[in-house]
Design a protein around this ligand. Structure first.
Ligand code: BTN
Length: 242
């Protein structure tokens, strides 16, 4: 096992990539107190000021096809959700694919990055950001973001939270590697807040309006549009239709 800790880093995912380019131990955990260029999905910035959140990347070398990488994002979401429920006693929801929410506000996000050649994964990075002890957010996030502290009304131990999340992660990851995605999918669905709802899904090419039906055996989102056509969505932004 290997662990890398930094006070300050541009992004733990970037440090993970640099580490991945050299020899590395499968399962290396990278943690930083502060990120100066924390990365979110779809080119967004992940707010990660000094000492308040968990900024963590897992560096892995799984022997799975590249097309299975999305499943790792989902299993990580389930592991973080379970860990955060255990720590806070609050209900955690997951908005497909990877937004963890408490009462509709985002408390954690996951950014998976992959380096592969043909169908061989060189390394896979699972970046996990958790808002733990923030007591306020910048104006532009105030409506949509929350932290564990803001929800439970007291300081929450980051080290304990990270440990609980990692233990669940390890358990679910091993289960995925040995038994496949079926069990993980059931676990993930217990936290799903988008399924069965009317949604807008914005993908790179189009916006689909319809009902989110399920996730399939590959972790893709199934949405049925107004013409009863079913779309399998690999990546996109889901908003609930109001
Ligand atoms: C998202 O919801 O858009 C994903 C956010 C992922 C943030 C984490 S923090 C640790 C790791 N390093 C990064 O730069 N991003 C991820």
């Amino acid at each position: 096992r290997n662990m890398i800790y930094r006070e300050r880093v541009d992004s733990t995912n970037i440090l993970a990539r640099q580490t991945g380019e050299t020899g590395f131990v499968d399962g290396t955990v990278i943690l930083a107190e502060e990120q100066t260029a924390g990365k979110g999905r779809l080119g967004r910035v992940w707010h990660s000021p000094m000492g308040t959140g968990i900024n963590m990347s897992l560096l892995l070398r799984p022997a799975i096809p590249v097309s299975d990488a999305a499943k790792i994002t989902l299993l990580t979401g389930a592991a973080v959700a379970r860990g955060l429920e255990e720590i806070t006693g609050l209900k955690i929801g997951i908005k497909w694919p990877n937004d963890l929410q408490i009462q509709g506000k985002k408390v954690s996000g996951i950014l998976t990055e992959i380096k592969a050649d043909m169908d061989q994964i060189h390394y896979l990075i699972v970046g996990i950001g958790i808002n733990v002890n923030e007591q306020d957010f910048p104006e532009e996030l105030r409506e949509t973001a929350t932290s564990l502290h803001m929800e439970v009304g007291r300081q929450v131990s980051r080290i304990e939270t990270a440990a609980v999340v990692l233990n669940h992660w390890e358990e679910i990851y091993q289960r995925f590697l040995t038994q496949g995605f079926t069990v993980v999918r059931e676990e993930w669905k217990q936290y799903a807040v988008t399924l069965g709802k009317e949604v807008h899904v914005r993908t790179i090419n189009e916006t689909i309006h319809g009902q989110a039906l399920d996730i399939d055996e590959d972790g893709l989102l199934l949405v049925q549009d107004e013409d009863h056509q079913i779309h399998r969505i690999m990546a996109g932004d889901v908003t609930l239709r109001t």
